[in-house]
Design a protein around this ligand. Structure first.
Ligand code: HEC
Ligand code: HEC
Ligand code: HEC
Ligand code: HEC
Ligand code: HEC
Ligand code: HEC
Ligand code: HEC
Ligand code: HEC
Ligand code: HEC
Length: 401
């Protein structure tokens, strides 16, 4: 068995295709030997069939595996065999649980991609899984799960998931409040709380904590700002809430012992192919200039579709009930626009009867009326240049009544 090696080696950005003919012949022969050695020889009739079905070679790059390709929309278990051989080795023994922690094996691909497995030196398709593919080197990139290891690798730093997770909040919040006197087998202790309302809110922190809180630290910013920042924006600590980035919490209940559905092997019940994503309030150039070396934080920021600057830990926001702004009964975590926070959650404080009362929404709308090129910067990074949405003017009218 080959272990996953967590080397921070540089990923070859591009293979060198100018291998000398002799060398490439040797490599190709080596690959063949590997494949044959690993029993990838197909029976004659199957091979004949597959040759007809083999995908065309020309239009595809074969450097990135797309789950969305029609031909790849198969049962997840065709490729992901639960659990992976290495699950006990990837996490420290005390934290280990049966999980998918390695790439699918060659059998998952070679039936359809025989050509790509033998084309090139080394074949491009190998680099999806291997760091330095050759018949003798089976070192693989860390698999995207666990993210804690993957994110540190060159591949992980730039990877983008093909999926969103569909997590039905209502189903789970109900489990909490339905707790009987003796509790029930699959209920996590952390969900057990005395009052019904508190149970709902407290349960949130099982999965959502303040990301990089400022705490007692004197540094309020995530990275050092330029010396002459002035009023300009720089990302502060405690802006984001975390969400699960892996299976640790889910599989405490959804595991083989509990028999609870979805089972850990039912990948597709939780993971849904990413739909077209809506525009977000994110400024990539500004974010790049901050040099934030935290993939999870950057992913959260990129997905902000309401207010890119909103800071959860800000003194005036931090003690509010989550429900002030988030309606978990309406949220579908795999439908991005249902996650949008309504301006009404902000208007209680940031819209006032008149602009003289200091409401930020009033003031910015007034400034826009006075100067068409005025950019709204209080809450936004990029939306502030766009026309004022109806929701904002309505919120100000409502505050006046
Ligand atoms: C034809 C084989 C195949 C099938 C079928 C397949 N996968 Fe994958 N999956 C892969 C490969 C290969 C990778 C590694 C790709 C990479 O890292 O670029 C992967 C990676 C992943 C990842 C991590 C990368 C990401 O995009 O988030 C998730 C999550 C995942 N698969 C879920 C699923 C689910 C859910 C299904 C079923 C709906 C599924 N897979 C079906 C081959 C497959
Ligand atoms: C059932 C047959 C089948 C299986 C199994 C399969 N593929 Fe494919 N794959 C295809 C076909 C057909 C295409 C052509 C693209 C399309 O259908 O959109 C393709 C395309 C690709 C591409 C090119 C995508 C691009 O846009 O550049 C990559 C990379 C790839 N497959 C990798 C893999 C890997 C890795 C595996 C195994 C984990 C795998 N495939 C398993 C049939 C398959
Ligand atoms: C979809 C991911 C994937 C792709 C694509 C892939 N490999 Fe692998 N490779 C694996 C995994 C997973 C193993 C470990 C298999 C095991 O433990 O049984 C492996 C094992 C190996 C090994 C060790 C010997 C063996 O078979 O166990 C070699 C050598 C190797 N791969 C080379 C290659 C080359 C060369 C290519 C391209 C022609 C390639 N691989 C394409 C995932 C992949
Ligand atoms: C068992 C874990 C769990 C619990 C408990 C939980 N959530 Fe979530 N929550 C998730 C997952 C998983 C997602 C989807 C994350 C993703 O897409 O990356 C999510 C997404 C969210 C989002 C959307 C984030 C976004 O991207 O905009 C909000 C808001 C949210 N949860 C609020 C809450 C609130 C409020 C509570 C308490 C009532 C709560 N959650 C309880 C797991 C949980
Ligand atoms: C005063 C309003 C407000 C309150 C209170 C609030 N949030 Fe948020 N939350 C937001 C806004 C605004 C966003 C950004 C949404 C977007 O732009 O996509 C957000 C985003 C999130 C996200 C996605 C990650 C991120 O930070 O972008 C999660 C998870 C989340 N909130 C959970 C919670 C939980 C749990 C609570 C209660 C402990 C809570 N929120 C309280 C306004 C609020
Ligand atoms: C405290 C235990 C517990 C935890 C932790 C938990 N679940 Fe569940 N989940 C359940 C139970 C119980 C059900 C079944 C509810 C039912 O059948 O009505 C369920 C059902 C589901 C369903 C199917 C829902 C439906 O409406 O059909 C999905 C999807 C799901 N959970 C995803 C997740 C994800 C993702 C996580 C981790 C972020 C998670 N669960 C964590 C207990 C849990
Ligand atoms: C009970 C729900 C559930 C099931 C079942 C499940 N996952 Fe996940 N998975 C999650 C959640 C929640 C996350 C973390 C949130 C996220 O990635 O958006 C996650 C994260 C991942 C990640 C790392 C992050 C990423 O998206 O790239 C991979 C890889 C992954 N899952 C693969 C699988 C595979 C393969 C299966 C099936 C063998 C599977 N999962 C089954 C809920 C589930
Ligand atoms: C107090 C914070 C706050 C201020 C000030 C604010 N916004 Fe917003 N804005 C939000 C929130 C929250 C959302 C998401 C909910 C919504 O669309 O109403 C949003 C959404 C938007 C959207 C996306 C709407 C859509 O439907 O796609 C645009 C565009 C926008 N704002 C422009 C502006 C402009 C222009 C100003 C200045 C006149 C402004 N905002 C001032 C909080 C604010
Ligand atoms: C309970 C009242 C309350 C609610 C609700 C509220 N805020 Fe605030 N917020 C404040 C106060 C008070 C301040 C400090 C005075 C100021 O900057 O206007 C503030 C400051 C801010 C700041 C500036 C923070 C800084 O670092 O300088 C932003 C941005 C902001 N709020 C966005 C929002 C958004 C977006 C929402 C809705 C999703 C929201 N707030 C909801 C009370 C609130």
């Amino acid at each position: 068995m080959v272990l996953l090696r967590m080397e921070n080696r540089q990923l070859p950005m591009k293979f060198n295709y100018r291998f000398k003919t002799v060398r490439s012949l040797i490599v190709a022969a080596g690959v063949l030997a590997v494949l044959v050695g690993a029993q990838f020889v197909l029976s004659g009739s199957v091979r004949a069939n597959l040759e007809n079905e083999s995908p065309p070679l020309k239009d595809f790059k074969y450097t990135d595996f797309p789950h969305s390709a029609k031909a790849h929309r198969l049962e997840c278990s065709t490729c992901h065999k639960f659990p992976s051989d290495n699950w006990k080795k990837v996490r420290p023994e005390a934290d280990a649980f049966p999980d998918i922690t390695d790439y699918p094996k060659h059998q998952s691909c070679v039936n359809c991609h025989k050509q790509e497995f033998f084309r090139g030196a080394p074949p491009k398709i190998c680099s999806i899984c291997h760091v330095n593919p050759s018949p003798r080197d089976s070192t693989r990139h860390p698999y995207p799960n666990p993210r804690e290891l993957f994110d540190l690798s060159p591949k992980g730093k730039v990877a983008e998931s093909d999926f969103l997770v569909g997590f039905p909040h209502t189903t789970h919040v109900d489990i909490v409040s339905q707790r009987g006197p003796a509790g029930s087998a699959f209920i996590n202790a952390a969900f057990t709380r005395p009052s019904r309302r508190l149970a709902g809110e407290e349960s949130c922190s099982v999965c959502h904590k303040t990301m990089m809180p400022q705490g007692d630290s004197k540094d309020e910013y995530v990275t050092p700002p330029p010396p002459k920042l002035g009023d300009a924006f720089w990302l502060k600590k405690g802006t984001f809430k975390t969400a699960p980035i892996g299976h640790t919490t889910c599989f405490t209940c959804h595991n083989a012992d509990s028999g609870l559905t979805p089972a850990p092997s039912d990948c597709g019940t939780c993971h849904k192919l990413k739909p077209d994503m809506p525009p977000t309030d994110f400024d990539a150039k500004l974010a790049d200039s901050m040099k934030i070396d935290n993939k999870v934080m950057m992913d959260a920021w990129r997905r902000r579709e309401s207010a890119g600057k909103f800071q959860h830990e800000f003194f005036a926001h931090v003690d509010l009930d989550c429900a002030t702004c988030h309606n978990v009964t309406e949220m579908k975590t795999d439908v991005p626009l249902t996650l949008r926070v309504s301006i009404n959650g902000c208007a209680t404080c940031h819209a006032t009867p008149t602009s003289n009362d200091g409401g930020a929404i009033n003031l910015e709308i007034d400034s826009r009326k006075a100067d068409k090129s005025f950019t709204c910067v209080k809450c936004h990074l990029t939306y502030g240049k766009l026309p004022v949405p109806e929701s904002h003017t309505k919120a100000v009218i409502a505050a006046g009544n």
